[in-house]
Design a protein around this ligand. Structure first.
Ligand SMILES: CC(C)(COP(=O)(O)OP(=O)(O)OC[C@H]1O[C@@H](n2cnc3c(N)ncnc32)[C@H](O)[C@@H]1OP(=O)(O)O)[C@@H](O)C(=O)NCCC(=O)NCCS
Length: 177
């Protein structure tokens, strides 16, 4: 699996073209490719640089990300520029619904189309998995995130409440400063 993921990663490198549709990536000079476990250190470093990001002790550990990538080997993405990971999304599905987690671009590389290009990459990867719908959670206080989703054409649901239940109290959340 690791080898085929790596092959996939290099084959999947894209430089996307800008069009108007919310499903078409903006033009970016970053390399957009599938995330593999080898990217973990770079991705974690990026996560730690994102102000206000919620990092979970279990889910976001190397082991946690390994479990996620094993279940979802083709749908998570990184953006690479200047020899480092400058953007990342954990993306997976449960056979019915796709989900995006930890959508982020390094502060120095924002507003260049990298975020949108990564989202479009994930959407295409989910389609290839025959997934018909994808969703994510954005905190209502996250102005940057909410503006981004609006701008790239995603629908904000006003007609539902989000419910969850903690199954493992050891999965502690720490918020970046
Ligand atoms: C949200 C985030 C991923 C956007 O990444 P990005 O690479 O800067 O976004 P892009 O350059 O691809 O922008 C795509 C579109 O959204 C718009 N956009 C992006 N950030 C915006 C902002 N803060 N305010 C208004 N519009 C914004 C861009 O202008 C662009 O519009 P266009 O297609 O009409 O030109 C990045 O700001 C980030 O990492 N934020 C912190 C983490 C976060 O909040 N993640 C979302 C969690 S729900």
């Amino acid at each position: 699996m690791a080898n085929s993921s790596k092959e996939n990663a290099s084959k999947s490198a894209v430089t996307a073209q800008k069009k108007t549709s919310g499903e078409t990536a903006a033009k970016t000079s970053a390399q957009i490719r599938v995330m593999t476990l080898d990217d973990y250190e770079g991705v974690y470093k990026l996560w730690m640089s994102i102000h206000g990001f919620a990092i979970r002790s279990v889910d976001d550990s190397r082991e946690g990300v390994e479990v996620f990538l094993k279940r979802n080997p083709t749908t998570s993405v990184v953006a690479v520029q200047d020899g480092k990971i400058v953007g990342a999304i954990l993306c997976g599905h449960d056979g019915r619904r796709g989900c995006l987690y930890h959508v982020c671009v390094h502060e120095d590389y924002r507003m260049r189309g990298i975020g949108k290009a990564m989202v479009v990459f994930c959407m295409k990867a989910l389609r290839e998995e025959k997934i018909n719908k994808v969703s994510l959670i954005a905190f209502t206080t996250n102005d940057i995130g909410n503006k981004f989703w609006h701008q790239i054409g995603w629908t904000k649901r006003e007609d539902l409440n989000y419910y969850d239940f903690t199954l493992n109290e050891k999965n502690i959340i720490a918020y970046n400063k």
